[in-house]
Every structure is written in structure tokens, then in C-alpha cells.
Write a protein that binds this ligand. Structure first.
Ligand code: BES
Ligand code: ZN
Ligand code: ZN
Length: 511
């Protein structure tokens, strides 16, 4: 088990971040970070305090047009002894009227990347209430944007490791005791959330020869140990004995043993139960319906749903949310072999319903069908599944949007609310009865594939047959699970999408 034991690169020191009481214009440090809106006159907050101490240097700079405060603009200044800070970095927040926490997270990331790339090892950032946002909210979002923005996956790089740059220390500044306390609370929450997203990203970025179903199970066991959670890992033979014909069919084509992982937080405490089900295909070759080789290497990300579920459980436990959470992660490879399942095979799912396999590449819905049925035994208040389910969803919505499906308007609304808070965009698609026609089979209850038309929806329609009447949401994360072009606080590669959205939903959960 190498990937950062799993998972933290032992040679790279992680950024240390803490809060202190102090004033920005008086605080000695390598670099003082200040945020500014566009045309910020008159200056406010920390920017104003530092400007006064610096005899109007910053306001003069702004007047001359050398720093405009445009969104994510970065301007580095050397203080030449005029301030206790050696340097000041000004970072733009854009127009005040357009301010939101998504931009704040982006600015934290862009400033962090600028500082890291400049080789500066330490910086200080003063936090003061802003535009109706509390110190706590601002600290949480700053820490989240910063950690996620400076994320790097270097575990497999052995050359020129001395060139890897990392920020060593960050100090958040509060002026009064009350502010220090609020900032500290936000910092801890932000850190717990970023650690979870980092875990999910590491698992997605890790190659499939390392991130096997066995490794996912080991990681789940480690989290269970560290957080006092219940864990159960079913072997394929046990899943078979239970009747999980769909999960077993996918797993049997691979030499790498499949694992059906169930991680449970706050078991037996009489709290509301929520089930999270994540697709854990550690590599999707398509199986006998093999995929074209171009871009096939990307299919190591086909376990992003399971990674998000695992990471969410870790965070929810860290935040000690008063909920009973069950994380269900069917994990296996999807490979062709003499033992692999085949098109035309008919599988008996755990629900008792039968499925005719049309394409072995529509394996996600098969393993999820057994995962969803398994979740019903907990009589959950809600079931949420996450899966890199269909290429069609990427075609429909692009690589930054989650496909959102469900059978319950209230639950869908709650997801949309969480989504707008975390900036992980989700867009609703319908599951009308008419679509089910496409999935009818002559030989079995359903086929696992319909037409090319409405591909993302048909994946959702298929899954809907396995949740009975329980409020359920399906998140198709095929697009945003990993990306080729970076976003403000999401570097290229595995994104950990869904983790923050789920955590937000669960933090806001009310009966
Ligand atoms: N893992 C893929 C979906 C996928 C495709 C994710 C591209 C990310 C990027 C899934 O198992 C799959 O192969 N789905 C098929 C379904 C089809 C056979 C109905 C697809 O999308 O082509
Ligand atoms: Zn597939
Ligand atoms: Zn897949």
C-alpha cells in the first residue's frame, strides 16, 4: 500500500495552518496577503489599516492604476522595511456587487498558487467580516479554496523532487478574541472538508494498479478504525451467496478481487439514516464490450463515486454531524477475460429483478443496482448515489456539471441548495415513465442499455428501479470527476467532486 500510505506523500510536508491574534500592519511575516475589490476607494478593513501604516502606498498604487482589484489579479510588493511584513500580495476579488464565497475560494486559491510558485514559504492573512459574511464563513471558505487550489499529486514523481514547491505555514489573523475564536472554528471545518476532498482526489488520481478494490477496502478500514465507525467488507463469494448477481457478474472478469464495502457512522443511535452509494469501478475497460483504446487511461477515475462516499464519511465523522450515515461502495474492475460476463447474459440482481446485459460497458448501473438494493435494509430517509455513469452526461452538460436525477422534489431541492453553496454545479434531468420503454427486454425484466438517445437519463431510469419508494437522488459525475482544464481552485485531474456538496447537504440536514 504505497499511495501516501494511503494517501499522503511522506516526503512532502503538508501546509501547517493556524490562527493568531494580531493586527496585519504590525505582524512580522514573509508575506502579508490582502484581498481587494475592484476600485476599492475608500479602502476598508485590513487593506485600510495597512495602507495607513504604509503612508498611503497602496492607495497611491491603486490611483496610478497599477492594481485594479480585478478578479484573481495578483500584485506582489516588497515593503523594504516599511512594514513588519517583508512582502505584501494584493489579490483582486472583482466587483463588490458580484461578491460570493465561490469567488472568495477562487481568490484564496489563486493567491495560494501565486505565493507557492514564488517560492515563499509562509504567509499571513487577516480575516474581517465582509459583505454580510461572518469571520467563520470566510475562514472556512478561505481555507477550503487555499487547500484545494494548491493541491498537487506528486507521489509517483521521482525526478527533481527538490523542485516541488509547497507553502509551509499559513497564519490567519483575528483582531479580537471573539474573532480569533470564530476564525478558528471556520479553519477547523475548512480543514476537515479539504482533507476529505484531498483524499478523494488522491484516490482518483492514483493509478488503477495501486487503487484496487482491495486498497479502497483497506482505506475504508483505516478510516473506520481512526473514527470509530463500523465497517463490513464483503468478498465476491459472500456477495454471491447473498444474491448480488449484478455486482458479482462484473467482478468475476477480473483477477483483482472485488470488494463490497459498507462503512457506517453513528450506528444504532436512533438518528436519521442516510445512505450514500458510490460507484467503485477502479478501472473500466468496458469488459467484453471493450472501449476504444484512445483515452482509456482515464477510466481509472471510474471509482470517483466511491471515493466521494468514503471521503464524505471521513468528513462527517470529523465534523461529528448528528446523523446515521451508511456508505456503500461496490468496488471492482471491469475487464474482459475468459471468466467475464458477456452481452446477452441475464443477471439476477439482489432485488430479485433480472437484467439482460446488452453492453458490458454499462457496468456501473449493474453494481449500483445491488448497492441500492442493499441500502434499503437500513430503511434510510434518503439514498444518494454518485457515479461516473455515462459519457452521455458529459455530452449533455459538459465537464463542470453534475447530472442530477431523483424521485423526490424536496431531496432534489436540498441537493440544489447545497450545490449552489459549494459551487459544484448540478442540473436536473427528467426520469419520465416514457423513457422506461427503451429499457424493456424480451428476455428479462430490463436491459442494461437502451438507445443512444437520452443516454444519461436511461442510466438514471435504470437505477430508479432499485430504490422502491425511498427518496433518492442520482448524481452522474462522469463530467466533473476529473478535468483536463483547471478551474479556479480545482487543478487538473481528479477533482473530488461531490464531496463538498454531500457534506453541505448533511450539515444542513433537518429531519
Ligand atoms: N464509466 C463509463 C462512463 C464514462 C464515460 C465516464 C466517459 C466518464 C467518461 C460507463 O461505465 C460507461 O462506459 N457507460 C457507457 C454506457 C453505455 C454503454 C450505455 C457510455 O457512457 O458509453
Ligand atoms: Zn463502462
Ligand atoms: Zn464505468
Amino acid at each position: 500500500m504505497s499511495i501516501r500510505q494511503v494517501i499522503k506523500d511522506p516526503e512532502v510536508k503538508l501546509m501547517d495552518i493556524r490562527v493568531e491574534k494580531g493586527r496585519p500592519e504590525k505582524f512580522p511575516c514573509e508575506l502579508l496577503l490582502l484581498f481587494s475589490f475592484e476600485s476599492p476607494e475608500p479602502l476598508e478593513g485590513p487593506l485600510r489599516e495597512v495602507d495607513l501604516e504604509w503612508k498611503g502606498f497602496i492607495s497611491a498604487l491603486i490611483k496610478q492604476g497599477d492594481f485594479k482589484g480585478e478578479l484573481f489579479e495578483c500584485h506582489l510588493l516588497h515593503t523594504q522595511g516599511s512594514l513588519p511584513a517583508h512582502r505584501v500580495l494584493l489579490t483582486g476579488l472583482g466587483k463588490k456587487s458580484e461578491f460570493d464565497l465561490e469567488k472568495w475560494r477562487g481568490a484564496a486559491s489563486k493567491a495560494g498558487q501565486f505565493i507557492r510558485n514564488s517560492g515563499v514559504k509562509q504567509f499571513v492573512f487577516p480575516i474581517k467580516k465582509l459583505e454580510g459574511r461572518s469571520e467563520e464563513e470566510l475562514a472556512e471558505s478561505f481555507v477550503t479554496g487555499l487547500f484545494l487550489g494548491v493541491y498537487q499529486f506528486n507521489e509517483f514523481k521521482t525526478l527533481e523532487r527538490d523542485k516541488i514547491k509547497e507553502i509551509g505555514e499559513v497564519i490567519l489573523l483575528g483582531e479580537k478574541d471573539k474573532e480569533v475564536k470564530l476564525i478558528g472554528d471556520g479553519l477547523r471545518t475548512g480543514q476537515t472538508i479539504s482533507e476529505a476532498v484531498t483524499l478523494a482526489r488522491d484516490l482518483v488520481n492514483g493509478p488503477s494498479n495501486e487503487v484496487t478494490p482491495t486498497l479502497l477496502a483497506e482505506k475504508a478500514k483505516q478510516i473506520a478504525r481512526d473514527h470509530g465507525m463500523e465497517i463490513q467488507v464483503l468478498e465476491v463469494s459472500e456477495a454471491e451467496a447473498m444474491g448480488m448477481g449484478a455486482f458479482v457478474a462484473v467482478a468475476k472478469g477480473s483477477q483483482e478481487p472485488g470488494k463490497f464495502i459498507v462503512l457506517e457512522y453513528n450506528k444504532g443511535k436512533g438518528l436519521d439514516t442516510i445512505a450514500l452509494v458510490g460507484k467503485g469501478i477502479t478501472f473500466d475497460s468496458g469488459g467484453i464490450s471493450i472501449k476504444p483504446s484512445e483515452n482509456m487511461e482515464r477510466m481509472k477515475d471510474d471509482m470517483s463515486g466511491a471515493a466521494a462516499v468514503l471521503a464524505t464519511l471521513q468528513a462527517v465523522s470529523g465534523l461529528q454531524l448528528p446523523l446515521h450515515l451508511v456508505g456503500i461502495m461496490p468496488a471492482t474492475e471491469n475487464l474482459p477475460s475468459g471468466k467475464a460476463y458477456k452481452p446477452g447474459d441475464i443477471l439476477k440482481t439482489l432485488s430479485g429483478q433480472t437484467v439482460e446485459v446488452i453492453s458490458t460497458d454499462a457496468e456501473g448501473r449493474l453494481i449500483l443496482s445491488d448497492g441500492l438494493t442493499y441500502s434499503l435494509r437500513y430503511q434510510p430517509k434518503a439514498i444518494i448515489d454518485l457515479a461516473t455513469l455515462t459519457g452521455a452526461c458529459v455530452v449533455a452538460l459538459g465537464d463542470f456539471v453534475i447530472g442530477l436525477f431523483g424521485n423526490d422534489d424536496l431531496l432534489l431541492k436540498r441537493i440544489e441548495e447545497a450545490s449552489s453553496k459549494t459551487g459544484e454545479k448540478a442540473w436536473r434531468l427528467p426520469l419520465w415513465d416514457e423513457y422506461f420503454e427503451y429499457l424493456k427486454s424480451d428476455a428479462a425484466d430490463f436491459r442494461n442499455v437502451g438507445t443512444r438517445a437520452a443516454g444519461a437519463i436511461l442510466g438514471g431510469v435504470f437505477l430508479s428501479k432499485f430504490v422502491e419508494k425511498i427518496p433518492w437522488v442520482h448524481l452522474d459525475i462522469a463530467g466533473p470527476a476529473s478535468i483536463d482544464k483547471e478551474r479556479p481552485y480545482i487543478p487538473r485531474g481528479g477533482t473530488g467532486v461531490g464531496v463538498r456538496l454531500l457534506i453541505q447537504l448533511l450539515r444542513d440536514w433537518k429531519g
